[in-house]
Design a protein around this ligand. Structure first.
Ligand code: ATP
Ligand code: FE
Length: 356
């Protein structure tokens, strides 16, 4: 099976081609991403209208390049998978319209994919991970523990009650004067900083279960920054590094400790072959990956983290989630609509005509 995947739910316009021969590991034949970071740089965040326009402009080109690099023509594609939500509605609509046009024009089956399912199923693309597994999904807009039971069924164990960690990385970077996206720039600065320089909170660790909170952490960084600015008139590079390192350490501590609790809940809940996987943009963080790997090791649980390029938004994961659905017989038609909200633990439900 050969699938074309299209992704445009946030600020990356992406297209990819993957191929899987039954019983073998899937191959990524091409995986193209046009990032919009520069277009939004002056605004301190992603501007939905600018994103939607840029997606509309770049989608055709990305599809063309993805096909070219895979050395295939559209007629050799078995199905087209597209992110149908959740995300910024203008961008998702651009992608869905592009996919519909291609599908209708070439008489190719169309499959709407949940963006979060794309992230959550990526470990099955890269490591052929078997169901069920425990998933920590940490990205720009989401943070949750899920038991992945099947392609269609994800059970939520808990998650953030306010910000997502990726969002916190981005906001903290802005606060301390580091470039967007905040995750990579904070990670870079943190390497040169002292993680114990600032005593930041570890929110909700005193509470049972695996719910998390990150907005208080952001406020604590703001206070620490303001104190530095008040006492010395500004932030030196060393201060940025220390704030970045202290923040990254706090996020890692919270995520690792809550993962420990999720593993315990999962093990008592679902005994067979325990495995844990992490996915989403924040899963690209080296310190978090290392923390989770050693936790899993200590708990005797297998651990999988996709390569960095497949953690942040990409279309290979969408093609893969589409392939998994296609194989189970799922198809969408030209009534497929873009959904701004689409919780993952709801994805077993059939997609209805009107976005929910
Ligand atoms: P969602 O998937 O929830 O809809 P999104 O698609 O915008 O959100 P992703 O592309 O999955 O998010 O992830 C982007 C986020 O990941 C950004 O907030 C970014 O700062 C963060 N991120 C990327 N690399 C790193 C890193 N090395 N360390 C920490 N965070 C990172
Ligand atoms: Fe994402």
């Amino acid at each position: 099976l050969t699938l074309l995947g299209i992704e445009s739910s946030c600020d990356d316009t992406a297209a990819a081609v993957i191929r899987q021969t039954e019983g073998q590991t899937a191959q990524i034949l091409s995986n193209e991403v046009f990032g919009q970071t520069e277009l939004h740089a002056d605004f301190g965040g992603v501007v939905p209208e600018i994103a939607a326009r840029a997606h509309a402009e770049k989608l055709d080109l990305m599809v063309e390049v993805a096909l070219q690099n895979a050395q295939l023509s559209l007629s050799e594609i078995d199905a087209i998978a597209v992110t149908a939500g959740p995300g910024l509605i203008g961008g998702v609509m651009s992608g869905v319209m592009c996919a519909k046009g291609l599908a209708a024009g070439s008489n190719t089956p169309l499959i709407g994919v949940n963006h979060l399912a794309g992230h959550a199923l990526t470990p099955r693309l890269t490591d052929a991970l078997e169901f069920p597994y425990l998933m920590l999904l940490v990205s720009g807009g989401h943070c949750q523990f899920l038991i992945a039971h099947s392609v269609m069924r994800f059970e939520r164990l808990g998650g953030t009650i306010d910000d997502a960690p990726g969002e916190a990385f981005d906001k903290v970077a802005k606060l301390i004067g580091l470039p967007q996206p905040g995750g990579p720039s904070i990670e870079r600065a943190a390497k040169m900083g002292d993680p114990t320089a600032h005593r930041l909170p570890r929110p909700l660790l005193d509470r049972e279960g695996c719910d998390m909170s990150f907005s208080g952490l952001k406020t604590a960084v703001l206070r620490a920054r303001d104190a530095l600015v008040a006492s010395q008139g500004g932030l030196h590079e060393a201060d940025q590094n220390d704030l970045a390192a202290s923040f990254q350490a706090a996020v890692t501590d919270v995520l690792v400790e809550k993962t420990r609790r999720a593993i315990e809940a999962y093990l008592s809940h679902d005994p067979p072959t325990p495995a844990i996987a992490v996915a989403g943009g924040v899963a690209a963080n080296t310190q978090l990956r290392a923390g989770l790997a050693s936790l899993a090791d200590a708990q005797g649980v297998a651990f999988t983290a996709p390569p960095l390029k497949l953690c942040t938004d990409n279309a290979a994961m969408i093609a893969w989630a589409g392939l998994e659905r296609f194989r189970l017989g799922h198809r969408d038609d030209l009534t497929l609509t873009a959904r701004p909200r689409w919780p993952l633990d709801d994805s077993a439900q059939p997609m209805l005509g009107s976005g929910k």
